[in-house]
Design a protein around this ligand. Structure first.
Ligand SMILES: CC(=O)SCCNC(=O)CCNC(=O)[C@H](O)C(C)(C)COP(=O)(O)OP(=O)(O)OC[C@H]1O[C@@H](n2cnc3c(N)ncnc32)[C@H](O)[C@@H]1OP(=O)(O)O
Ligand SMILES: O=CC(=O)O
Ligand SMILES: [Mg+2]
Length: 534
């Protein structure tokens, strides 16, 4: 086996991160786990096909004993006991890493997934920033001369790293000419460089695991953690993982996922945006009962979304794991106080509901929202660090409750179709420019929200959905026309040919193909987009 780095250009941090020993570790991970990764990935299509055909899904019969059994996950490490507010954001550029670390949050979810465009620069620089963050040496001077240093007046957040999902390759590192697996590169580099240092500091190598679709995928991660711990001579169970329940099949396997990872589990998170994306993906061809209203109308209080979060809290607390809330997409705008006030109110409402429902903490997308999230959770927690002891025996969620999608309140409108096309093109252009999250009309958009946008349009065309405002069906002709108009609108509104503006054309091409090709459905927007990314 020969591992090769084929850098498209020189990225900051290459010498520090891509050492011979680190690359050898990546190679060993691949030798052992690339095959099993291919196996779990290949099982996803059959599950999707069955869901689409039947319009149904069940709790797995073969694991009834796990659900009935009396077991808990390993005791939680002290450093993760209080997770009441977690800020999310990419670890590159360094400025954002430092801002997140200085935000006052308890945890920083350093995102190499939904919020990171995996350009070569971001992949390497992100690891460099995580390396320096672990050692307290991270600093940065902006081109304008603004100095960024880590605070020393308060404890910094515990870092929890989210590697890429199983589906994405890393094209710039190959083994025997084959692309490596993004998830193994991200996890492997971070673990290799930082696991010991972090453990010695009393925290540890902690991870968020995204987009799992089956408990066998959790089993695979557990095997990877065990192997990595043994390899570096670190005690079994040092790694802690919080799994995002953000696909519809995973919602039916929360118990099993925790069980598989029980020596390494910290909790589950309600990743609402990918969850909606997954519902659309799985049931995209199952008829009009599965067509959701416009994205903006699908709130967390829709009955099927409440069933999902209630089941998550119940499951976690029964098993001694943390239940982590998700992301309200409203973000403040420091230039517009009214926008900020509205965003704060909406996010406060969301965090307050989560805290009262029993979640142990939640996410915010922006440093200006850390305090309000902490406040809402502190009201529910009192003098405790978490509310794991709060059992939700009152909750009883059935398969039908999780799939009660047809009961969602709201409409599909032409305005909604337009907005989806606008956001999908805008976001893809930003992503191609090397930035994985962006504020569009005062909402945070990232890979998960953009996936909803483009998938809704595909599904609406496929089902011939009639829009409530204009009374006409969504067709390929209509979408082609709306797409052209929205791209023109983007060009006229955003005069930005230097950065992402120059990517509107390739982004529109990607989106056009994704939404108009109703014969095939691309599983991830980022798959074709990655071929254009440097
Ligand atoms: C579905 C999911 O997976 S949700 C989780 C994944 N998504 C994310 O993590 C998105 C996180 N949020 C962000 O990336 C950003 O908040 C954005 C892109 C939405 C908005 O960012 P901006 O347009 O830069 O916002 P704004 O101008 O108000 O930022 C003000 C300052 O806060 C910083 N900031 C904003 N959000 C963050 C963040 N999440 N982490 C660190 N710093 C941040 C900015 O860098 C800026 O710093 P500066 O004053 O030193 O220049
Ligand atoms: O990762 C989080 C989500 O909502 O998606
Ligand atoms: Mg997600």
């Amino acid at each position: 086996m020969a591992i090769t780095v084929n850098p498209p250009y020189e990225a900051d941090g290459t010498d520090l991160i891509l050492t011979e020993e680190a690359l050898q570790f990546i190679e060993e991970l691949h030798a052992k786990f690339a095959g099993p990764r291919d196996d779990v990935l290949s099982k996803r299509a059959a599950a999707q096909e069955q869901a689409a055909r039947t319009g149904a899904m069940e709790f797995p019969a073969e694991t009834a004993d796990v659900r009935k059994g009396d077991w808990t996950v390993a005791e939680q490490p002290q450093s993760l006991a209080d997770r009441r507010v977690e800020i999310t954001g990419p670890p590159a550029p360094a400025k954002m890493a430092i801002n997140a670390l200085n935000s006052g949050a308890k945890v920083w979810l350093a995102c190499l997934e939904d919020a990171l465009s995996p350009s070569w620069q971001n992949v390497v620089d992100g690891q460099k920033n995580l390396y320096e963050a672990a050692r307290g040496t991270l600093q940065f001077t902006s081109p304008e001369g603004k100095q960024y240093n880590l605070r020393d007046d308060v404890p910094l957040p515990v870092v929890v790293v989210r590697p890429r999902g199983w589906h994405l390759p890393e094209k710039n590192i190959t083994i025997d000419g084959e692309r490596t697996i993004g998830a193994l590169v991200d996890f492997g580099l971070h673990f290799f460089h930082n696991a010991k240092v972090l453990s010695e500091q009393g925290t540890g190598p902690f991870y968020y695991l995204p987009k799992l679709e089956h408990y066998l995928e959790a089993r695979l991660w557990n095997e990877i953690f065990t192997f990595a711990e043994e390899k570096l001579g670190i005690p079994h169970g040092t790694v802690r993982a919080t799994v995002l329940i953000e696909t519809i099949p995973a919602a039916f396997q929360m118990e099993e996922i925790l069980y598989e990872l029980r020596d390494h589990a910290s909790g589950l998170n309600a990743g609402r945006w990918d969850y909606l994306f997954s519902i659309i993906k799985y049931f995209r061809a199952s008829g009009s009962d599965f067509v959701l209203p416009d994205r903006a109308q699908v709130s967390m209080t829709q009955p099927f979304m409440r069933s999902y979060t209630e089941l998550l809290v119940k499951t976690c607390h029964r098993r001694g794991a943390f239940a982590m809330g998700g992301m309200a997409a409203f973000i403040p705008n420091r230039r517009e106080p009214e926008v900020t006030a509205q965003a704060m109110d909406k996010v406060r409402e969301d965090k307050s509901r989560e805290a009262q429902d029993g979640f142990d903490g939640s996410w915010v997308a922006h440093p200006d929202m850390v305090d309000l999230c902490a406040e809402e959770f502190s009201k529910a927690l009192g003098d405790k660090a978490n509310q794991i002891d709060r059992q939700r025996d009152d909750v009883d969620v059935s398969a039908e409750d999780l799939l009660n999608i047809g009961a969602a309140q709201g409409d599909v409108t032409e305005q909604g179709v337009r907005m989806n096309l606008y956001v999908a093109v805008y976001y893809t252009a930003v992503w191609l420019s090397g930035n994985g999250a962006v504020a569009i009309h005062n909402l945070m958009e990232d890979a998960a929200t953009a996936e909803i946008s483009r998938s809704q349009v595909w599904q609406q065309i496929h089902n011939g959905t009639v829009t409530a405002d204009t009374g006409v069906p969504v067709t390929t002709d209509l979408v082609e026309k709306l797409l052209d108009e929205e791209v023109s609108r983007l060009r006229s509104e955003i005069n930005d040919s230097e950065t992402f503006g120059k990517y509107f054309e390739p982004a529109a091409d990607v989106v056009r193909k994704l939404v108009l090709d109703t014969e095939t459905y691309e599983d991830y927007l980022t798959t074709p987009a990655y071929e254009l990314l440097r």
